[in-house]
Design a protein around this ligand. Sequence first.
Ligand SMILES: [Zn+2]
Length: 242
Amino acid sequence: MTQTENTAIVMRYTNYRESDRMISLFSPVKGRIEANARGCRKPKSPLLNAAEVFALGDFMLYEKAGRYTVTGVQMIESFYPLRLDFDRLTVGTYLMSLCEAVVQPGQGAQELFMLLLHTLSRLTYSDQEWRPLLTGFLMHFSVLSGFRPRLYHCCRCGEEIPDGINAGFDGKSGGLCCLRCKTRGDEALSAPQIRFLRKSLEKPASQWVNSPDMHAPMGVMRRFVEMELGQRITGSKMLPED
Ligand SMILES: [Zn+2]
């Protein structure tokens, strides 16, 4: 994919009038952009496919008084097969909602954009299990959003937590807590789950997989990220627990 200044992906849309749509775009260079896609719901509209969630393309925008209108789109990818698997579609929608929660107008987010595209591609075109994919995404998302969880030292007493040891997880305190400090309110993480979280930051998305010695703690990461964002993310309730 060749990224241009106009490359963006549709995060969400809202229908209005008979055939129009307001689309919310994520541009790696310009951040979030709200744009009118006029007539895009007419069957013969050239914008028909470009005004769907996950539509990735080069969007030509006309600006007047701070309002944007889509005048044309060169489609790059629609991630169409995502729509054929309910669970994977739910995860994809959830990824878009997470991005929507952090991407701001006028603020580029190149790394997050690439993380999103890589994860969406694997979700759509690989048979990699979605739980570890989502968990790996959430780890990187936390780092890029400025709330990397502490994974090597207890967030209460500061003691090192070596590999192979179970621990607690307290999102409010910022990460792992050792078994001596763990209280009933903390989540429990097994040694393989902790290993997964640590490794997911070192390994590319293709290697975020559940294996006998690494198991993705999806629910713990979801609750952590949603607590940090301070909001319930659309689609979260649709995801099965881990
Ligand atoms: Zn401790």
